[in-house]
Design a protein around this ligand. Structure first.
Ligand code: SF4
Length: 250
């Protein structure tokens, strides 16, 4: 990406960049360290009961969307306005997975809208991508009341849908957006800061996954945006390695 465009995206992220004339702004403060980290290495969470494979395991996109729209597998169906299935390209090489719909998403039926969604779009563009070329989805398809954290039983109930979406997209790289999504996907209680800058293997297929901060958190803590930029650079480097066939180096 040309340096000028990179600087524009950093500005959009709200990151102050100081560069010497003629130098590109690309602060990679942390080593690449592409190595798989077993999620249970530190602070292992009690194993969540595996979601039994349901009907969704063999469905295509439209039947899957219809199944989700009618889902009553957990209590969240009673309070949702509508389900938030996911959005983006079915051929995406990058997949962004967040936590759960918020109030805006519940109203509009789209993931990551509102201010946090705008910041995620800036983050996607900062990675040199277009939002319409990636796939964006959440761990949960229905909004938890009051934006509370997902309950483990809810995440388990909803997991089969997400797993099928991952299978259908078959992305090169997954970005877990935020602590809740990262810890849920990796079945760990390890703090987000210790999950960053590493490539994790998700599920039985070992989907390559890296983590970054949730844009809603970055809006509350703008001082952390520089770390999110480092995460995006790490993701870009990881993606380039994976695209060359160097699967996670593990
Ligand atoms: S959160 Fe998932 S499992 Fe729960 S009702 Fe919504 S779609 Fe179904």
């Amino acid at each position: 990406m040309p340096a000028r465009r990179t600087l524009a995206y950093l500005e959009a992220l709200g990151i102050d960049v100081y560069v010497r004339r003629g130098m590109q702004a690309a602060p990679v403060a942390e080593p690449l360290g592409v190595s798989a980290l077993p999620a249970s290495e530190e602070h292992p969470a009690p194993p969540a009961p595996a979601a039994s494979p349901g009907l969704e395991a063999t469905l295509g996109w439209e039947p899957l969307r219809e199944l989700v729209a009618a889902c009553t597998r957990c209590e969240l169906h009673a309070t949702r306005t509508q389900t938030v299935f996911g959005a983006g390209s079915h051929e995406a090489r990058w997949m962004f997975i967040g936590e759960a719909p918020g109030a805006d998403e519940d109203r509009q039926g789209e993931p990551f809208v509102g201010r946090a969604g705008q910041l995620l779009t800036s983050m996607i563009r900062a990675a040199g991508l277009r939002r319409e070329d990636v796939y964006i989805v959440n761990v949960l398809k229905c909004r938890p009341p009051g934006n509370r954290d997902p309950k483990p039983a809810e995440a388990v109930a909803c997991r089969g849908y997400l797993e099928r979406q991952i299978e259908l997209v078959s992305p090169t790289l997954i970005i877990a957006v935020g602590r809740i999504a990262a810890q849920n996907l990796l079945a760990t209680e390890t703090p987000l800061a210790r999950l960053r800058s590493r490539v994790h293997a998700l599920g039985a297929r070992g989907w390559p996954l890296v983590v970054t901060y949730h844009p809603a958190y970055l809006l509350r803590s703008p001082g952390e945006k520089r770390k999110a930029w480092q995460d995006l650079l790490f993701a870009k480097q990881t993606f380039a390695r994976l695209a060359r066939g160097e699967r996670s180096g593990a």
